[in-house]
Design a protein around this ligand. Structure first.
Ligand SMILES: *Cc1c(COP(=O)(O)O)cnc(C)c1O
Length: 400
């Protein structure tokens, strides 16, 4: 059976009523027959049947044994860090999601957990940066926003040999393209806000564990800390994830077309997309991902200034200026002043997030319409407003 068929039918039909859609158990508590005698549910922070369907679905999709759904991606990341103790160290990818950087540096370093940021695209750097205190290796691959690729299997082997856990933030690839647990990772986290939900209509996170014991510790932390996903949002993620193979395939096909167009545009300096053979991580990505390279494309401008990037991100009509990614509608953002503004400028630039970097979340519109849109915005940098509009009359007409 294909992955899509398996996924669609792993979401159960309701056994009580035959409802084809998963029921939303909007309840705080569950009635017990006698103290401690219940149907497997006692209090909705600890467990909820709707959330449970989501958790089982994503655990299966990622090839893990257990999953816990959280109120946001950051709540999911937070739960994983809580596996550590004061004095432990995290070895993390340098091009890390800004919110994870803020959490690690500004919250957990205060509790005595040190974080080493390393360019994990080279396994040798990971080996060099390991210390006896390294208990957790934190990867994103592809990274946000420069789409760096790290070799999950090779780094998993290093982590295992040193007795550390490997956690992969799989938000960008999604399980439709990449399953880190099958490559040796111990934990996968997601911002389900992005491709799992897929419709830009909720905030959610999930932790999947390869090992049942780690899964049980995450569940304990979740119940103790309380940042659970609501039944209604759980239902929305279930509905979104049913179409993940279809969506991510199309996001990837559109993104590749947009990336190729950008490579040839005279206003563009570098294009970051792992599906391009020019991308330094193309080979590793092709080995560990399948079905495409995802919907996120980043690029820098020949005129490497925040002002030039601002001009571009304010001139598109179909690509909406907003943080986030992974939805049906295309979005774009300027990481230096938006998603990555909490990272100090020097650290940000040295991780490759240039002042003119623009990140696209390529949606499910027609690829040619998206190309026309980003094309006319880039033309402004070269031809100025008047000529650029004259250059693309058909596209201009569409937006009037
Ligand atoms: C968005 C994002 C997060 C944070 O998730 P929220 O749902 O916004 O809390 C974490 N990691 C990556 C890679 C993300 O893109």
């Amino acid at each position: 059976m294909s992955n899509a068929t398996q996924l669609i039918h792993s979401i159960p039909v309701d056994s009580l009523t035959g409802s084809i859609s998963v029921p939303i158990y909007q309840t705080s508590t569950f009635v017990q027959d006698a103290p401690g005698q219940h149907k497997g549910y006692d209090y909705a922070r600890s467990n909820n049947p709707t959330r449970e369907v989501l958790e089982r679905t994503i655990a299966t999709l990622e090839g893990g044994t257990a999953a816990s759904a959280f109120a946001s991606g950051l709540a999911a990341i937070d739960a994983v860090v809580k596996l550590l103790r004061s004095g432990d160290e995290i070895l993390a990818v340098d091009d890390i999601y800004g919110g994870a950087f803020r959490l690690f540096t500004h919250i957990y370093e205060g509790f005595g957990i040190k974080v080493n940021y390393v360019d994990t695209t080279d396994v040798a750097n990971v080996i060099d940066a390991f210390t006896d205190k390294t208990k957790l290796v934190w990867l994103e691959t592809p990274t946000n926003p420069t789409l760096k690729i790290s070799d999950i299997a090779a780094i998993a082997a290093v982590a295992r040999s040193r007795g550390a856990l490997l956690c992969v933030d799989n938000t960008f690839a999604s399980p439709a393209l990449q399953q880190p647990i099958k490559l040796g990772a111990d934990i996968v986290v997601h911002s389900a806000t992005k491709y799992l939900g897929g419709h830009s209509d909720l905030i959610a996170g999930i932790v999947v564990a390869a090992d049942a014991e780690v899964g049980a510790r995450i569940r304990f932390i979740q119940n103790a800390s309380g940042a659970i996903l609501s039944p209604h949002d759980s239902w929305l993620v279930i509905r979104g994830v049913e179409t993940i193979y279809l969506r991510v395939k199309e996001h990837s096909a559109n993104a590749l077309k947009v990336a190729r167009f950008l490579e040839d545009h005279p206003a563009v300096d570098k294009v970051y997309y792992p599906g391009l053979t020019s991308h330094p991580g193309h080979k590793v990505a092709s080995r560990q991902q399948s079905g495409g390279y995802g919907g996120v494309v980043s690029f820098t401008l020949r005129e490497d200034t925040g002002a030039a990037a601002t001009k571009v991100v304010c001139a598109t009509r179909l690509f909406k200026l907003a943080e986030s990614l992974g939805g049906v509608k295309s979005l774009l953002c300027h990481p230096a002043t938006m998603t990555h503004k909490s990272i100090p400028a020097e650290k940000r630039r040295s991780a490759g997030v240039a002042d003119s970097l623009v990140r696209l979340s390529v949606g499910l519109e027609d690829a040619q319409d998206l190309i026309n849109d980003i094309g006319q915005a880039l033309d402004l940098l070269i031809y100025g407003r008047k000529n650029a509009a004259a250059k693309a009359p058909a596209a201009a007409a569409l937006w009037l």
